[in-house]
Design a protein around this ligand. Sequence first.
Ligand code: ATP
Length: 285
Amino acid sequence: MKRLKIAIQKSGRLQEGSLKMLQECGIRVDNGRDQLRAQASNFPVDFLYLRNSDIPQYVEDGVADIGIIGENVLIEKQKKLDKILPLGFSKCRLSIAVPKNTDYPSVQFLQGKKIATSYPNSLQQFLDQEGIKAEIHVISGSVEIAPNIGLADAICDLVSSGSTLFKNGLEEKDLILQSEAWMVARPNLSPTLQAIFDKIVFRLKSVLAAKNNKYLLMNAPNESLKRIIEVLPGIKSPTIMPLAQEGWSSIHTVINEDKFWDIIEELKAQGAQGMLVIPIQKMII
Ligand code: ATP
């Protein structure tokens, strides 16, 4: 039987999230610490453990059929891959940073300056858009030390919490792009491989929807029901069940993480009581 080859990072910031997400899709995976290739025992998928920066090339060449990579790498490498689904983890941004207290009134500061980065294509595109000519120094790692050792006036690097910049006396100034992990695929998978991939995408969507939503139960006096139902989004409409106590009902619904606190406050104001919030494991819509 044909098997779909999925490339995931061998070690690094994307690996844990990638393996966890596939496990949540019911695909049994080995962590790949000591191997380059492994088979899922319960699904027609083979894992190729590769460097994040090499994954776009391997998928484009057809060595792997699909892959999980940082969007920033996909943009930098400019490969012709299908972007299928953002996965909601490994969120970061590519930014310009300069030593603290530098007089940086605008991006024009970079005119004629030296900038160190591991992302020359993304940086060049940004500089072109801004009409800036600067000297780009490509370094493969530890970009944040470049200003301190006199190699560059600024850096262009990935930032998540900003603590690495802070420790190195740098300040973030301009945002170039935002990134998260993405599921990508090479175009034109064979029908057999596409069918396996469709199953994975269906499962991923269910896992992602579950992460973004919560199951909510609450009690309310019957006279508040109409106002409460107006506040609730839910999948279709909420479930209402009578309580043993006369004049009261139990309301069950699903609410989105983004609007969670706004809705809770509104429900409280409308008379809801005893609210219980429960995580959802999978959500099949
Ligand atoms: P590899 O050696 O496998 O090519 P890498 O050099 O890209 O990996 P990692 O540091 O493991 O190194 O980063 C993998 C990806 O994780 C990045 O491309 C980016 O998408 C994401 N990421 C999230 N937060 C950060 C961060 N603070 N710094 C760097 N990368 C981050």
